[in-house]
Design a binder for this molecule. Structure first.
Ligand code: SF4
Ligand code: MSK
Length: 645
């Protein structure tokens, strides 16, 4: 059995793992040792699409066998990969659909618990969708925005409207390849159809379908989620907060919200702050109600309200083991079934809320948007009632401060001010070499690698080498726990050019940009850099790359695929699911460079991963003719006069 300190780089996690071992409690960190995995599954060469199988092809002898239907290893690997993209796209997009439905309800007055909080964002989105604004009532505009977004799911033909935001050159590539996305549901269904028994048996064609489906996620479902959440709950602005298990409080009712959709968590934030709920908590003997988040729902309420984050995905079971959590309220995605087992030994209630996601050992309080606040109050009350039942509590003494809540809108504002919003200073800093490049580091934790370790090492090295890092998801939480999301870090770690930029603008070198659907914010920011000028005319020209060092979810594959299909080189760690097929892997890793002007990469070693990212960035700088850092010249008055002549 591996030593516990080899399993995590996070002190609080280590303390709770020791406690779990002492108490004989099992977590994902133990189960990963029982599940050694299977070589065929890891290579992507096991097919169980039909009942003539399962069929397995040995990647070392790919020509020696075929599936019962005759499928070769390329077809099987490509189908499995495409289905991961479709699975990930469907998760992000179903989330986006729920937000669109709620916006419509709010605009129609069918719920009083949600309202249009960000009118500026609403008008911007309306303008992008060519929706008339004029003198119309705000709710009329919101209704049309909601309905247009909802219609994007079932759109059968024509180009997806938000994908029109991409740079012109990129859209031309999509059109030439025939992968401009149509409706979101259509693209997901088509991948599922094409990859079923006896349909698409050309691996290149299968992956074309996957690429199109990924765009329907990034520029469709995820973007709808992000944009409409901003309209309903406000576009985040930087906010200071605390992170790690130490945010749980010994003398308060602790409620953890976990999952992805802020429709629920926003209401819990509101309910927990109500005086009637505070009084109830005091009557139960607590000093108050302490709300904290796990995973992406944490990122949503962190960036909009500064609500503390208890931890990332691998800490969900450990948070319960503190004995201090009265209720863990979950909705959809990344919720381990293991939490139910642990909670059953404690006073903690696991409260499921989505009709799509129930689990053993949980209590179900179904969430409905039309009386959301009442349900949130019921959930908070249930947590309060558990407080007197608490046993012994062990809360690790670890918290770290962070600044979160960056996005395209704020970058624009912070660089140019309210009236001259602009990406110009960012592009100029890249052109003159003060910023070497921009790297999006995103994705999950995975107990198959040391928890948080790869994220922290990769990000620390990237900023030490002059890269500005933008982050989302559980990756962002790893790095925040290590204290890298604070402005003072810039001078401690970064080279002079980058810290000067960070200090001038007042930002950390690592920007927390939100949840997994907010990776669409990175697409928008990259597009804005292209539009600003001086760094080429496509995302593929930018000295920028994406990276998911500890990924586990098929959602990460969907994100990586839409990054690559949008022109950003992307490096994944842990393991790579197409290595069974030389042809598929060669297409994704090499031939994509001709087809999509950038490609996938795989590198599990953190140091080599940084090396790869820097090489990718430097090659773009070279191609742009900005590889040599320009000397900064301080002009005196005589030189200025000379310039003006
Ligand atoms: Fe086997 Fe073909 Fe069925 Fe897959 S689709 S399980 S390869 S027979
Ligand atoms: S929650 S998808 S573990 S980032 Fe978005 Fe974290 Fe990955 Fe879930």
């Amino acid at each position: 059995m591996a030593e516990l300190d080899e399993k995590t780089a996070c002190e609080a996690t280590l303390e709770m793992l020791r406690k779990a071992r002492e108490e004989g409690q099992e977590t994902a960190f133990d189960r990963v040792e029982q599940q050694k995995g299977c070589a065929f599954g890891e290579a992507g060469s096991c097919c169980r699409i039909c009942n003539m199988g399962p069929c397995r092809i040995n990647p070392k002898k790919p020509d020696e066998s075929r599936g019962v239907c005759g499928a070769n290893i390329d077809t099987i690997v490509a189908r499995n990969f495409a289905r991961m993209v479709a699975g990930g796209a469907s998760a992000h997009s179903d989330h986006g659909r729920a937000v669109a439905e709620t916006l419509i309800m709010a605009a129609k007055g069918e719920t009083t618990d949600y309202e249009i909080k960000d009118r500026v964002k609403l008008l911007e989105v309306a303008a992008d969708l060519d929706i008339e604004i004029g003198e119309r009532e705000i709710n009329d505009i919101a209704l049309e925005v909601g309905e247009r977004c909802l219609a994007m799911f079932g759109q059968q033909e024509g180009e997806l409207a938000f994908a029109q935001r991409a740079p012109e050159k990129r859209k031309e590539i999509w059109r030439q390849l025939g992968i401009f996305p149509r409706g979101i549901d259509r693209e997901v269904v088509e991948v599922m159809h094409r990859t079923s028994i006896g349909v698409d048996q050309d691996y290149e064609n299968i992956l074309k379908g996957a690429a199109r489906c990924s765009l329907a996620d990034g520029w469709g479902g995820s973007m709808i989620g992000t944009e409409l959440q901003d309209i309903l709950f406000e576009t985040p602005v930087p906010v200071e907060a605390k992170i790690n298990l130490g945010v749980l409080k010994e003398d308060e009712v602790n409620i953890i919200v976990h999952g992805h959709e802020p429709l629920l968590s926003e209401m819990i934030v509101l309910a927990a702050s109500l005086p009637e709920m505070q009084e109830k908590a005091e009557k139960a003997g607590a000093k108050g109600i302490n709300l904290a988040g796990i995973c992406c729902t944490a990122n949503e309420i962190l960036t909009r309200h500064g609500i503390p984050v208890a931890g990332n995905v691998l800490q969900q079971e450990l948070a319960l083991l503190t004995g201090a959590v009265e209720a863990m309220v979950v909705d959809v995605q990344c919720v381990y079934q293991g939490i139910g087992q642990i909670a059953s030994c404690l006073h903690t209630d696991i409260i499921t809320t989505s009709p799509k996601a129930k689990m053993p050992y949980a209590r179900h309080i179904e969430f409905h948007e039309n009386h959301a606040l009442d349900i949130a109050k019921e959930i908070v009350s249930a947590a309060i009632e558990n407080y007197p039942k608490r046993g012994k509590v062990t809360i690790p003494d670890n918290t770290e401060a962070l600044i979160a809540g960056f996005n395209h809108e704020y970058i624009n504002y912070m660089l140019g001010g309210k009236y001259r919003a602009s990406y110009r200073p960012l592009n100029d800093a890249i052109i003159d070499g003060r910023i070497r490049g921009v790297v999006g580091v995103v994705g999950c934790n995975n107990p198959r690698v040391k928890h948080d370790d790869v994220h922290v090492r990769v990000v620390r090295e990237l900023i030490a080498n002059g890269c500005l890092v933008v982050m989302t998801g559980c990756a962002a939480q790893s790095v925040a726990k290590a204290g890298l999301m604070l402005p003072e870090v810039a001078r401690e770690i970064c080279p002079q050019g980058l810290w000067e930029v960070c200090e001038a603008v007042g930002i950390p070198p690592v920007l927390h940009c939100g949840s997994c659907v907010d990776n669409s914010r990175i697409l928008i920011a990259l597009t804005a850099m292209v539009h600003e000028g001086g760094l080429g005319d496509d995302i593929s020209d930018l000295p920028a790359a994406g990276c998911a060092p500890e990924w586990m979810s098929e959602k990460a594959i969907a994100i990586g695929q839409y990054f690559v299909t949008s022109g950003a080189a992307t490096v994944f760690g842990v393991s790579w699911p197409t290595l069974g097929s030389k042809n598929v892997t060669e297409l994704l890793f090499e031939r994509y460079n001709d087809i999509l002007k950038n490609s996938w990469h795989f590198e599990p070693d953190p140091e080599k991963m940084v090396g790869k990212l820097l090489t990718l960035i430097d090659s773009k700088r070279e191609a742009l003719g900005i590889s040599a850092k320009r000397e900064r010249v301080l002009y005196d008055m005589a030189m200025r006069r000379e310039l003006e002549i």
